[in-house]
Design a binder for this molecule. Structure first.
Ligand code: IMP
Length: 210
């Protein structure tokens, strides 16, 4: 069986393909992905956005099994922000009635992390710093969703970034079981414990039912 990943992120693709090797499923990048108009991800949930992507990209690739993921960070003390806005958190013009501070600079990941820290610092010192990464996956063929899966991993938001690996909020996300951030663990180790790894292994198991 071959699954086609609707992602242009080479890191994610390598992780998906590596995990699938253990169960004789081949994962390939969806051919011509860049030429397919990206659907508007306007759902209010991760699963809704994963469904939108899987349905749209599978319609553009008739007959192929296409999967898409949507993921992000939820901080309960911030009403589960950044949530579905994780990717462009710092670029949203108005967040819950307040504008992102002008002092944010650097790459989008750096600005997202800086804004998250600022929002955390505005909470009372006793506020919980608990956080979770969440990943939802959808597998579709010809626009029809066939399978869904999800994974999450619990952690804590540090007061300052640590580590140079990974991407996104990894440097701020402490995984208590290892006492390291996701930016301090090798990719294979992160994949073993991460929201995306959990969700994808679950999807692969379900593929046996197809
Ligand atoms: P995507 O929709 O899966 O590409 O991810 C949305 C955003 O959530 C990313 O741009 C990151 O900011 C954040 N995110 C999702 N997964 C991770 C992760 O494993 N580490 C760090 N940040 C993540």
């Amino acid at each position: 069986m071959t699954l086609y990943a609707a992602t242009s992120n080479p890191g994610k693709l390598a992780e998906f393909a590596g995990a699938a090797q253990t169960c004789a499923i081949t994962v390939l990048a969806l051919p011509g992905l860049d030429a397919i108009p990206a659907p508007v991800e306007d759902a209010t949930t991760f699963q809704g956005n994963a469904d939108i992507k899987a349905a749209a990209y599978s319609l553009a690739a008739p007959g192929l099994l296409v999967f898409a993921d949507d993921s992000g960070l939820e901080v309960p003390a911030l009403d589960n922000q950044p949530g579905v806005h994780s990717a462009r958190y710092a670029d949203r013009p108005v967040l819950e009635g307040s504008s992102p501070p002008a002092s944010l600079s650097g790459s989008l990941d750096q600005r997202n992390n800086a804004l998250l820290l600022q929002r955390m610092e505005s909470l009372p010192p006793s506020a919980s710093r608990a956080a979770r990464f969440v990943c939802h996956l959808a597998l579709a063929r010809d626009g029809e969703i066939l399978l869904r899966s999800q994974g999450s991993v619990e952690g804590e938001i540090l007061h300052a970034p640590r580590g140079a690996a990974g991407f996104g909020y990894d440097p701020l996300f402490l995984f208590p079981g290892l006492n390291r951030t996701f930016a301090e663990v090798p990719r294979e180790e992160k994949w073993r414990i991460s929201h995306r790894g959990i969700a994808f292994r679950n999807l692969l198991q379900q593929c046996r039912l197809l």
